[in-house]
Ligand binder design. Structure first.
Ligand SMILES: Nc1nc2c(c(=O)[nH]1)N[C@H]1C(S)=C(S)[C@@H](COP(=O)(O)OP(=O)(O)OC[C@H]3O[C@@H](n4cnc5c(=O)[nH]c(N)nc54)[C@H](O)[C@@H]3O)O[C@H]1N2
Ligand SMILES: Nc1nc2c(c(=O)[nH]1)N[C@H]1C(S)=C(S)[C@@H](COP(=O)(O)OP(=O)(O)OC[C@H]3O[C@@H](n4cnc5c(=O)[nH]c(N)nc54)[C@H](O)[C@@H]3O)O[C@H]1N2
Ligand code: SF4
Ligand SMILES: [Mo]
Length: 734
C-alpha cells in the first residue's frame, strides 16, 4: 500500500502548528503534531483534523456557482470570471470605481497566494471602498504601531519563552491559541513561566481558561482597560519606578506622558474598573521589579471604544519599564521574509467614508460603515461588492443590517468555498481550492512569532482539473479589470510568471537570512526551505531597536499626537462611568472564543460539533437570581471540556437579549466565571438563515453575537468597531 508522510503547517489559526499527515492510497489516515517542528514542538489542537474534513466536506463548493432566481447553477470558470469582470467594469464605468466595495476576511492572512495576489487585484479594481476584518479586530494595534514605531507592522510580541512576568489583558490564548503572538502550545509556554518562578496575571471580565492556568486574575468592567493602563503608568511615575533603560536614548516624551496620565491614579479609577486600587499599585510595582516583563493585550482591549488608546498605553508601559525590545519583554521578530520592508508603513487620512466621514487607514475604511454605504442614497453609493474569504454578516456589527443591505446590491461576487450567511447573497460564487490542495508560507505569522523560524508547506493533494487557487482567481480578475498601460501589463506579466513560488523565493532571498542571488553560499532560498520538511530554526528573538524604527527621526514618541485628546475623552467617560453604578444599569455583553470554533466557519464538521450546544449566554449566579433564573452557581470549566452536563444550569433557561439594534433568544448557562453585571456570548454562530448550505452547522445554528453589536459604536481614533461591553437588556422567557 503506497503510504507517505507529508509535513505542513496548519493554516487555520495563528499558531501555525507543524503537522505530520500520513497518507495511504491517497487517503489521510492520521494527522498529528510534528514533534520536530522547531516552533510548535508537536502541539496541535482539535481543529487540525478539520483540514481533512474541509477537504472531504460535501458542502464545500468545487465549481463556480451562478444565482438564477432562487437556484444556483454551476457554470464554467470562463463564464464566471467573464461575467464578474463585465459586471464590475460596467458599474465602474457608470458610477465610478468607488461604487464597488471589497471586503477581505480573515483567512486571506492564512493563505500566501491571496496575500501575494489580492492587493494587486484591489489596485486594478481601483476602489477606495475597501474593508476587511482588520476593523473588527487588530486595527488599533496597527495604528498605535504606526504612530509610535513608524510602521503598522512593527507589532511587539511578548517573549513568552524568556519572560518572568506576563500581564495579559483581553486575550484568552488557551482558547484562541494566541493572536498577534504566534505561540503554538501556549499552555506549556505559560506553564513554563510559572515553573521558572515567574508570574502570569490576567485582566478579563471573565475568569477564562487562561486566567485559571495563570492563577492570578482580576475581573475588569468591560471597556475600562484604558483607565487601568493609564493608572499603571501613573503609579510608575508617581512612585518613581519608571526606568526605560537603554530605550531612553531613542524615546521622547517621558515627562509629558507622566503629566498626561497623572489624573488617573488607581484610587480614582478603581471603582469604575472594578479593580481594587491596592491591586493596581501592586501590579505596577511588580511590573517595574520583574527581571523582564511583557504587557500583552489582544481582542478584548482592541475592539472597544478606547481600543487605540489601550494599545498606545500598552506600548508605553513596555517602554517605560524598559521591557520593549529586551529578552523576556515585548520584542520584534526577524522573519525570513521581511514584511516590514515589503509592505506600506500605513498611510492614513487620505480619504473618508461617504456617509459617516470615517477615516481611511492603510487604504481601508472601517467595516462598521459598510452597510450604510450601501443603504444610503446619493452619488457614490456602493452598488457592488466583492468579498473574499469572509463572512461579514456574522462577523461585523449590526450584521442583520448588512444582511439586508446585501439584498440591495446590483452585483455581488464572493471568493469562497461555502455558501455561508454572506455569500448566499452573491450573484456569483468563485470557489478556490482548499488548504491541502495548495502550497503555503506564513508571510504574516512568522512576523508575530515568539521564535524565529521558517517553514514552507507544499500541497498535499493535486487540485482537481479545472480548479483555480485563490491567487489565480485574483490574477485572472486583475487581468480582466486592470489598466492597459504598458507598465500595468508588464507588472501583471512578471507577477504571473513568478507566481507565488517565485515571489516567495524572491522574498526569502532578499530577506535577513537570504542567499541573495549568488549561486553559492548558505542563505535561504525556497529550494533550501523545501528540503527542510520540519522547517528551520532561526533562533530566539533578538533586540532590533533603534535600527528597526521607521519613524522619521528613528525615535519612539511616547505621546503620539492623538494621545492627549484621547486621554481627555477618557476622563470625560470616567465621569459617566462613575455615575452609572445603580442597579438599573444595563448588563454588558462580551464575546468569547471556543477551541473547536474558528470565527464563523468551523461549524460544519461533525467531529468538532459533538456535544452540547455551545452557543450559550454565560451569566453570573447573582444576575441569574435577580432575573428569576434557577439556582446553582456552577463551575463552567471552559467551553470545550464537554463534561459539564447535569444540573449546571446549561440550557435550562432561555432569555432574550436586546440591544439598540436587535434581539436574540439564547439558552443561559449560569456560571460565576463571568463578572456580575456581564454576560458572554461566543461569536461566529447564527447559521439558520435560508440559503446557507452548511448542513452540519445548520443543525446547531446558535445565534449571532453581531445581531446585537452596534455599528455606531466605534473607537474614533482608529475606526475599529467597539464590539465589547455592549449595553444589553436580558429578560427571562416564558
Ligand atoms: N462580536 C464579535 N465579532 C467579531 C469578533 C469578536 O471577537 N466578536 N472577532 C472578529 C475577528 S478577530 C475576526 S478575524 C473576524 C472574522 O470574520 P471574517 O473574516 O469575516 O469571517 P470568517 O468567519 O473568518 O470567514 C471565513 C470565510 O472564509 C472562507 N475561507 C476559508 N479559507 C479560505 C480560503 O483559503 N480562500 C477563500 N477564498 N475563502 C476561504 C470560509 O469558507 C468562510 O466562509 O470576526 C470578527 N468579528
Ligand atoms: N479556537 C479559536 N481560535 C481562534 C479564533 C476562534 O474563533 N476560535 N479566532 C482567531 C482570531 S481571528 C483571533 S483575532 C484571535 C483572538 O485571540 P484572543 O484575543 O485571545 O481572543 P478571545 O478568546 O476572544 O479573547 C478575548 C478576551 O477578551 C475578554 N474581554 C472582552 N471584553 C473585554 C474588556 O473590555 N477588557 C478586557 N480586559 N477583556 C475583555 C474576553 O472575555 C476574552 O477572554 O483568535 C484566533 N484563534
Ligand atoms: S492551534 Fe489548532 S488550528 Fe491553530 S494552527 Fe495549531 S492545530 Fe491548527
Ligand atoms: Mo481575528
Amino acid at each position: 500500500m503506497p503510504s507517505h508522510v507529508h509535513h505542513r503547517a496548519c493554516n487555520l489559526c495563528e499558531a501555525i502548528c507543524g503537522l505530520r499527515i500520513t497518507v495511504e492510497d491517497g487517503e489521510i489516515v492520521d494527522i498529528r503534531g510534528d514533534e520536530k517542528d522547531p516552533l510548535s514542538r508537536g502541539h496541535i489542537c482539535p481543529k487540525a483534523v478539520a483540514l481533512q474534513d474541509i477537504y472531504h466536506d460535501p458542502d464545500r463548493l468545487r465549481r463556480p456557482l451562478r444565482r438564477e432566481g432562487s437556484e444556483w447553477r454551476e457554470v464554467s470558470w470562463d463564464e464566471a470570471l467573464g461575467e464578474t469582470a463585465e459586471r464590475l467594469a460596467a458599474i465602474r464605468a457608470d458610477h465610478g470605481a468607488d461604487a464597488i466595495a471589497a471586503y477581505a476576511g480573515n483567512p486571506n492572512v492564512h493563505n500566501s497566494g491571496s496575500l501575494l495576489f489580492g492587493p494587486a487585484f484591489l489596485r486594478a479594481l481601483g476602489t477606495r471602498r475597501r474593508f476587511s476584518a482588520t476593523s473588527v479586530d487588530q486595527l488599533p494595534h496597527h495604528v498605535a504601531a504606526r504612530w509610535m514605531f513608524g510602521h503598522m507592522l512593527l507589532l511587539p510580541v511578548p517573549d513568552l519563552d524568556r519572560t518572568s512576568f506576563l500581564l495579559v489583558l483581553g486575550a484568552n490564548p488557551l482558547a484562541s491559541n494566541g493572536s498577534l503572538m504566534t505561540a503554538p502550545d501556549v499552555r506549556k509556554r505559560l506553564k513554563d513561566i510559572l515553573d521558572r518562578g515567574g508570574q502570569v496575571v490576567v485582566i478579563d471580565p471573565r475568569r477564562t481558561e487562561t486566567a485559571r492556568l495563570a492563577g492570578r486574575h482580576h475581573f475588569i468592567r468591560p471597556g475600562t482597560d484604558a483607565l487601568l493602563l493609564a493608572s499603571l503608568l501613573a503609579t510608575l511615575f508617581e512612585e518613581d519606578l519608571a526606568d526605560p533603560g537603554r530605550l531612553a536614548g531613542f524615546t521622547d516624551g517621558l515627562k509629558v506622558l507622566a503629566n498626561r496620565v497623572a489624573p488617573f491614579p488607581p484610587e480614582r479609577i478603581a471603582e469604575a474598573t472594578g479593580v481594587p486600587a491596592a491591586e493596581i499599585r501592586q501590579l505596577a510595582r511588580e511590573l517595574a521589579a520583574a527581571e523582564s516583563a511583557a504587557v500583552y493585550g489582544r481582542v478584548g482591549v482592541s475592539v472597544q471604544e478606547f481600543g487605540t488608546l489601550c494599545q498606545i498605553l500598552i506600548n508605553a508601559l513596555n517602554v517605560v519599564t524598559g521591557n520593549l525590545d529586551r529578552p523576556g519583554g515585548a520584542m520584534f521578530a526577524t522573519p525570513a521574509v521581511d514584511a516590514v520592508a515589503r509592505f506600506g508603513a500605513g498611510k492614513s487620512g487620505r480619504w473618508k467614508s461617504r456617509v459617516r466621514g470615517l477615516p481611511e487607514f492603510a487604504g481601508e475604511l472601517p467595516v462598521a460603515t459598510l452597510a450604510e454605504e450601501i443603504l444610503t442614497e446619493g452619488s457614490g453609493r456602493v452598488r457592488a461588492l466583492v468579498t473574499a474569504a469572509g463572512n461579514p454578516v456574522l462577523s461585523t456589527p449590526n450584521g442583520r443590517q448588512l444582511d439586508r443591505a446585501l439584498e440591495r446590491l446590483e452585483f455581488m461576487v464572493s471568493l469562497d468555498f461555502y455558501l455561508n450567511e454572506t455569500t448566499r447573497h452573491a450573484h456569483l460564487v468563485l470557489p478556490p481550492t482548499s488548504p491541502l490542495e495548495h502550497d503555503h508560507y506564513d508571510l504574516v505569522f512568522h512576523l508575530l512569532a515568539v521564535r524565529n523560524t521558517a517553514r514552507y508547506s507544499p500541497p498535499l493533494f493535486d487540485p482537481p482539473p479545472d480548479s483555480l487557487h485563490d491567487w489565480q482567481i485574483f490574477a485572472e480578475l486583475e487581468r480582466r479589470l486592470g489598466r492597459g498601460t504598458v507598465k500595468a501589463r508588464l507588472g501583471r506579466w512578471v507577477r504571473r510568471w513568478l507566481g507565488p513560488r517565485g515571489l516567495l523565493d524572491l522574498g526569502l532571498r532578499t530577506g535577513p537570512y537570504g542567499a541573495g542571488f549568488r549561486p553559492w553560499g548558505n542563505g535561504l532560498t525556497l529550494r533550501k526551505l523545501e528540503g527542510e520538511a520540519h522547517g528551520v530554526d532561526l533562533g530566539p528573538l533578538e533586540p532590533r531597536l533603534p535600527g528597526l524604527l521607521r519613524t522619521k527621526d528613528r525615535r519612539i514618541p511616547l505621546v503620539p499626537e492623538a494621545l492627549p485628546g484621547e486621554l481627555r475623552r477618557l476622563e470625560k467617560k470616567l465621569g459617566r462611568w462613575q455615575k452609572q453604578k445603580d442597579a438599573g444599569a444595563p448588563m454588558l455583553l462580551i464575546g468569547r472564543r471556543q477551541v473547536r470554533s474558528n470565527n464563523s466557519w468551523m461549524h460544519n464538521y461533525s467531529r468538532l460539533m459533538k456535544g452540547e450546544d455551545r452557543c450559550t449566554l454565560l451569566m453570573h449566579p447573582e444576575d441569574a437570581a435577580r432575573l428569576g433564573l434557577g439556582a446553582g452557581a456552577t463551575d463552567h470549566g471552559g467551553d470545550d471540556r464537554g463534561d459539564n452536563g447535569g444540573d449546571n444550569g446549561r440550557g435550562a433557561h432561555r432569555v432574550t437579549v436586546t440591544s439598540r439594534v436587535g434581539q436574540v433568544e439564547v439558552p443561559v448557562e449560569i456560571s460565576d466565571e463571568v463578572m456580575p453585571g456581564v454576560v458572554s456570548l461566543p461569536h461566529g454562530w447564527g447559521h439558520d438563515r435560508p440559503g446557507v448550505r452548511l448542513r452540519v452547522a445548520s443543525e446547531s445554528p446558535g445565534v449571532s453575537l453581531n445581531d446585537l453589536t452596534d455599528d455606531r459604536a466605534i473607537d474614533p481614533a482608529s475606526g475599529v468597531a467597539a464590539l465589547t461591553g455592549l449595553p444589553v437588556r436580558v429578560e427571562r422567557m416564558g
